[in-house]
Each structure stands twice: as structure tokens, then as C-alpha cells.
Design a protein around this ligand. Structure first.
Ligand code: 5GP
Ligand code: ZN
Length: 123
């Protein structure tokens, strides 16, 4: 059900491609036509969900350039999850991009954080 459509790219060595395909378990909280949302295994806030596209794109800039409607789908899916989680007081969306930002999984993922006041600037 979560498998990417045949025209979507997949990286055989990618952790999040395997989660999308159901080959590695994850606590999935929401799916849309193009995205899957699941809880981060190491949560940094009471709600910490990762929203990923079903197809493989390495980062936010790449998906925005190659598949802008799918980039938008990440954000609307995050909005829907925030509503589902009752984050009426606000939430934060983050795309870490590259080593200096701490990106460790090179399948683009939108962090949705909420459920407590969040400090700014981030570390
Ligand atoms: P990044 O540092 O690339 O922005 O975020 C990667 C996120 O993926 C981290 O917050 C990390 O906790 C999460 N993560 C890494 N491996 C797994 C996993 O196997 N399952 C889940 N649900 N999250 C993971
Ligand atoms: Zn991937």
C-alpha cells in the first residue's frame, strides 16, 4: 500500500525507502497519495514525526526542483498530522540539509515537532 509507484525512484540501500515499502517497521501515523508520516525513533519533543515522500529524493531542494507537487504534499501532510496530534498551539517543520545541518538520512524528511514550547534559535 505504501510502495512507491513504478515511476518513483527507490534507493535499495535507503532506510526510509525500506520503511515506505514496509520492509522495516515504523509507527506510521498518516499516509497520503505521495507521503508517509511515522514517529521518529529518537523523539526530541512530545510529538516528533517524520514526513517522507514515497519516492526517493536526497533532500528538500531536490524534491522541490524535481517534483514540486510532492514537496507541497510533505507540508500539507505535516499540517494534517499536526491537526491529528492536537498541536493547536503551534509546531515546527524542519528540513535538515547536508552534514552541517545534521542530516543523517539522505531521503528527504520533514521533521514535525510539537507538544512543548520550542526554543529559537536551534542549536
Ligand atoms: P536527520 O538527522 O537526517 O535530519 O534526521 C533523521 C531522523 O531519523 C533522526 O531524527 C533519527 O532519530 C530518525 N531515525 C533514524 N533511524 C530511524 C529508524 O529506523 N526509524 C525511525 N522511525 N526513525 C529513525
Ligand atoms: Zn530513500
Amino acid at each position: 500500500m505504501n510502495a512507491p509507484a513504478p515511476d518513483q525512484t527507490r534507493d535499495e540501500n535507503c532506510l526510509f525507502c525500506k520503511i515506505v515499502a514496509g520492509e522495516i517497521p515504523a509507527q506510521i501515523v498518516h499516509t497520503s497519495d505521495h507521503s508517509v508520516a511515522f514517529r521518529d525513533v529518537n523523539p526530541q519533543a512530545p510529538t516528533h514525526v517524520l514526513v517522507v515522500p514515497k519516492g526517493h529524493y536526497p533532500n528538500a531542494g531536490a524534491i522541490a526542483q524535481q517534483a514540486p507537487s510532492m514537496a507541497a504534499d510533505l507540508i500539507t501532510t505535516a499540517r494534517d498530522v499536526a491537526a491529528q496530534e492536537g498541536l493547536d498551539n503551534g509546531y515546527r517543520l524542519v528540513f535538515n540539509t547536508g552534514e552541517d545541518a545534521g542530516q543523517t538520512v539522505f531521503h528527504v524528511h520533514l521533521h514535525l515537532l510539537g507538544g512543548r514550547p520550542l526554543e529559537w534559535p536551534p542549536g
